[in-house]
Design a protein around this ligand. Structure first.
Ligand code: SAM
Ligand code: DTB
Ligand code: SF4
Length: 328
């Protein structure tokens, strides 16, 4: 039964009213929509791998991979395809259906490293996994090359509201981000785009980010919601920890605004109990990153997630299932 219209014209006032609904009522409403559009027994299981870590010229204030901050990460150049393939196979064997390769690049360049990433995309696609990349900005031609190699999705986050953005990143604009999303869309690649909470933004900023996402001509097929992982050496290391309840509120609001999207409970799971995560799934989250690492920080292990799925009666969503994810 799908009797709620998909809307692209939510107003800021409407989103504010949803976001400010008393929490249990909000969770109930989101859970109701979730049931109408998604198989609530299923959670998408994705695995991340940082294929090029650190040394990034950008100034994203949350990120340990920016060269200008003094952080304790294992900096390395582009991994070899064989190492990427063996990690992807391990992820597949552990039940993961989407493999996301991240590079600490400002943008994709037409060079040998990009050719190597194309080969990695082909290889992981041949494993029968949904391949995702997050490589920074790209143009339409580069997006098409990735699509031809078998790229399924591209992750490029808005991160926060347009208003708060300049407090966080000055080396590229909000419009640059929207342009990359448009280039990805034009290449026929599935869009993965969400943000981070806990960057010192206001509730209005969170609402404004959701407004931008839900006003896009097509909703992103995946919307990752990250809690800031506070990393020593970054300008945001001393910000307060994101309240778990704020994650629930954000997830539930996202689910109501974009019923067909996969809403991904992303960074922050390592600090959540199983019952915290269960409430996030109840509120409409239906995707996670699994595997002991996100890009540079810790995440629950495959084994812990298997136990959680068993306990909550969840099963991994199969790869390339499109009926609930194709957005209008
Ligand atoms: N360099 C590429 C880019 O920025 O587009 C791709 C990799 S970048 C690390 C991918 C995303 O990870 C960022 O846009 C941000 O949303 C998320 N991220 C990075 N550091 C984070 C942190 N400390 N806490 C939460 N999310 C973070
Ligand atoms: C997304 O929204 N979250 C992931 C993925 N897309 C690339 C990254 C989270 C990174 C958390 C900090 C780290 O591990 O470095
Ligand atoms: Fe570079 Fe991406 Fe980190 Fe920004 S988020 S500093 S672009 S790796």
């Amino acid at each position: 039964m799908q009797d709620v219209q998909i809307r692209h014209d939510w107003t800021l006032e409407e989103i504010k009213a949803i976001y400010n609904t008393p929490l249990l009522e909000l969770v109930y409403r989101a859970a109701t929509i979730h049931r109408q559009y998604q198989d609530t027994a299923e959670v998408q299981v994705c695995t991340l791998l940082s294929i090029k870590t650190g040394g990034c010229p950008e100034d994203c204030a949350y990120c340990p991979q920016a060269a200008r901050y003094n952080t304790d990460i294992n900096v390395h150049g582009l991994l070899k395809k064989e190492d990427v393939m063996s990690y992807a196979q391990k992820a597949k064997d552990a039940g993961s259906t989407r493999f996301c390769m991240g590079a600490a690049w400002r943008e994709v360049r037409d060079n040998r490293d990009f050719d190597r990433v194309i080969e990695m995309v082909k290889g992981v696609n041949e494993l029968g996994m949904e391949v995702c990349c997050t490589l920074g900005m790209l143009n339409e031609e580069q997006a098409k090359k990735l699509a031809d190699a078998g790229l399924f999705a591209y992750n490029h986050n808005l991160d926060t509201s347009r208003e708060h953005y300049e407090e966080i990143i000055t080396t590229r604009t909000y419009d640059d981000r929207l342009q990359t999303l448009d280039n990805v869309r034009k290449a026929g690649v599935s869009v993965c785009c969400g943000g981070i909470i806990g960057l010192g933004e206001s509730h209005e900023d969170r609402i404004a980010m959701l407004y931008t996402l839900s006003s896009l001509p097509a909703h992103p097929e995946s919307v990752p919601i990250n809690a800031l992982t506070r990393i020593k050496g970054t300008p945001l290391e001393h910000l307060p920890k994101v309240e778990f309840w704020d994650m629930v509120r954000m997830i539930a609001t996202t689910r109501i605004l974009m019923p067909k999207a996969m809403v991904r409970l992303s960074a922050g799971r390592a600090e959540m109990s199983m019952s915290d995560q269960a409430l996030c799934f109840m509120a409409g989250a239906n995707s996670i990153f699994t595997g002991e690492k996100l890009l540079t920080t810790g995440n629950p292990s495959f084994e812990e997630d298997h136990m959680m799925f068993e306990l909550l009666g969840l099963k991994a969503r199969e790869a390339f299932k499109t009926e609930a994810a194709s957005c209008c």
